[in-house]
Design a protein around this ligand. Structure first.
Ligand code: ATP
Length: 239
């Protein structure tokens, strides 16, 4: 039903050995939303995204996706179920070409026609990427690599796209381009959970957001309200 969340984190906990990095968080994502997760370095944002994608195991609590627990599903099954991660640092295959990188995103699929249609969609959305299909990905600029990483994730035809710091290390003009692409992806019906250091930018684009602090959610609300919140402004917007 439209009222039930696409993804639900219930008291989710994640530990690295003895270190509790995420200390029981609750979060909900509804279909079609763009929600951001902001907070200082080390707050646990990347850890949370990795636990949703399954590249990291949670140690307690629940992850409910489309009404079912996914905590015991391996990463490739979560990917096949529609959860794709664009990791921090992009994780592209530097020795492969742009086209090979994009096609890697479809490794869990065997619907050739669907894959070609999704490639065409990515080429339309990212003309810069289309111009460089034969180029070795390691020689691309940072912005181009980020676009390839997003394109690759789209080749899995995700329902839920997890983006970890897509603006990291990029010039403002390129960041603007990346965020235009993110909005286009959202308009195509993909639900997005975005981790961003640049809180101002993230909140401006998000319907809702959560603030993470030392492994916990300290605040949540609409992007607009959080942008106005004096605590958020003081802690994350440099005021
Ligand atoms: P950043 O923006 O710096 O990545 P973050 O909010 O994404 O910050 P995490 O990377 O999720 O934060 O880190 C959360 C906590 O977990 C930090 O205290 C960090 O030191 C710790 N941590 C992260 N990865 C590991 C690891 N592999 N082993 C041990 N501790 C880790």
């Amino acid at each position: 039903s439209p009222a039930s969340p696409l993804l639900q984190l219930r008291d989710l906990q994640i530990a690295y050995g003895q270190i509790q990095a995420v200390k029981g968080i609750d979060l909900e994502l509804f279909e079609g939303e763009l929600v951001s997760l902001i907070g200082a370095n080390g707050a646990g944002k990347t850890t949370t995204l990795n636990a949703i994608a399954g590249t990291l195991n949670s140690s307690g609590g629940e992850l409910i996706y489309r009404g079912e627990s996914i905590v015991s599903l391996p990463t490739h099954k979560r990917l096949r179920a529609g959860i794709a991660l664009v990791p921090e640092g992009r994780g592209i295959f530097t020795r492969l070409t742009v086209e090979e990188n994009l096609r890697m995103g479809a490794y869990t699929r065997n619907d050739q026609e669907g894959i070609e249609a999704d490639l065409d969609n990515v080429y339309r959305m990212l003309p810069r990427v289309k111009e460089r299909l034969a180029q070795v990905a390691g020689t691309l600029s940072g912005g181009e690599q980020q676009m390839v990483a997003i394109g690759r994730a789209l080749l899995s035809r995700p329902k839920l796209l997890l983006l970890d710091e897509p603006s990291m290390g990029l010039a403002p003009l390129i960041v603007e381009k990346i965020f235009e692409v993110i909005q286009t992806v959202q308009k195509q019906g993909v639900t997005i959970l975005l981790v961003e250091q640049n809180a101002n930018l993230a909140l401006g684009f998000s319907s809702r957001a959560y603030v993470m602090e030392s492994g916990k959610i300290s605040l949540s609300g609409s992007g607009e309200d959080l942008l106005k919140d004096p605590k958020v402004r003081a802690a994350y917007l440099g005021e």
